[in-house]
Design a protein around this ligand. Structure first.
Ligand code: ZN
Length: 141
């Protein structure tokens, strides 16, 4: 096995077209290759392979990036909305808590799907993967 073969093994499936915008695929939560089939199996589990075009999604690894974006953005929005409801409109604190609880639960699931799908699409668009040295493959055999 040559070094070129090893490097090719680390790359994702290059035979599939990448004409779909990663941001469009992320907003639709769809496959980064065809942009049509759903990316998730269930709520937040990424499929191993696209059901429509057969694109290999087993290397998808968004890590904790999506959670960080959702915590920061949703936390800021909740602070603004909570402050506005209580200070400007005089809504009682218990009602503000109920509104923010629903906003946090619904918003975090909705935003996590979009951000995770976008990060997966960006990963495949740029062939991002874990860094490996040339000699690392010898350990796996
Ligand atoms: Zn697909």
């Amino acid at each position: 096995m040559t070094n070129e073969t090893k490097i090719e093994d680390l790359k994702t499936d290059r035979d599939h077209p990448r004409s779909v915008s990663p941001f469009k695929a992320g907003l639709r939560c769809s496959c980064p290759s065809c942009g049509v089939s759903p990316l998730f199996k269930g709520l937040l589990d990424v499929r191993k392979r696209c059901g429509g075009c057969g694109f290999d999604l087993s290397q998808a690894d968004p890590g904790d990036g999506a959670q960080v974006f959702v915590i920061l953005i949703l936390g800021a929005l909740c602070a603004i909305v909570g402050s506005f409801l209580h200070a400007a409109l005089g809504v009682p604190l218990w009602a503000v808590m109920v509104v923010l609880f629903a906003m946090i639960i619904g918003g975090s699931v909705w935003m996590l799907r979009i951000f995770k799908a976008t990060l997966v699409a960006l990963q495949f668009r740029h062939d991002a993967s874990e860094g490996k040295l040339a000699g690392d493959d010898n350990d796996e055999t």
